[in-house]
Design a protein around this ligand. Structure first.
Ligand SMILES: [Zn+2]
Length: 112
């Protein structure tokens, strides 16, 4: 038994058209869909990693800059605090992309 990739109804394996929704069922299409989904998962993961690295760098550099404020108030110290804030923003973006990757992976496992 196979599932229609369009309406998700159970159908016979050797059918060319889905009897429920009438969509063309070609093997290559499913594989192509999976391939595209996998690409999207990889891209989302790459973005998430990129944001995590940016966040680490920004927060580390920002903390170093910010610590100058304890010694003397300076523009560099304020700049450090701005960097830390940007870093926190990056972790939020990374989280969004990680969630996207997870959702896409769920979609992918439904295909198989
Ligand atoms: Zn169908």
């Amino acid at each position: 038994m196979l599932y229609c990739q369009y309406c998700r109804k159970k159908i016979d394996e050797d059918l060319v058209f889905c009897p429920v929704c009438g969509e063309v069922l070609v093997e290559e299409d499913t594989e192509w869909q999976e391939f595209q989904l996998q690409e999207e998962v990889d891209e989302a993961k790459d973005r998430a990693n990129m944001y995590i690295i940016s966040a680490i760098v920004l927060v580390t550099v920002g903390m170093m800059g910010g610590s100058i404020l304890f010694i003397s108030p300076s523009l560099l110290g304020l700049f450090g605090i701005v960097l830390v804030c940007l870093g926190i923003g990056c972790t939020a973006a990374a989280d969004r992309y990680e969630r996207k990757a997870r959702n896409l992976k769920k979609q992918l496992s439904r295909c198989n």
